[in-house]
Design a protein around this ligand. Structure first.
Ligand SMILES: [Zn+2]
Length: 84
């Protein structure tokens, strides 16, 4: 089992680094609820998609902050308020 531990650690570090780079490159992702539209799609009686209710999760913005960026912001605020 021992030889498998090193590649596993390397893969974990690579994935974490990749995610950190994604968070740095684009801190906002599409809203998971509406897929970045900002509203729900509703079909009218002809089957044509229409703009439905404004998405409650993102309040119509269509973007959400990435978890990594959110954690970074919290850590930065904590560090900032502690460092004067
Ligand atoms: Zn949304």
């Amino acid at each position: 089992m021992t030889p498998l531990i090193l590649p596993a650690i390397a893969a974990t570090i690579l994935v974490t680094l990749g995610y950190a780079m994604v968070c740095a490159a684009s801190p906002f992702g599409d809203c998971r609820r509406c897929g970045g539209l900002g509203f729900a799609l509703r079909n009218d009686r002809h089957g044509i998609p229409k703009r439905g209710k404004t998405c409650r999760r993102c309040k119509g913005v269509g973007k959400r902050i990435r978890l990594g960026r959110h954690a970074y912001n919290l850590a930065y605020r904590t560090w900032r308020s502690g460092t004067r």
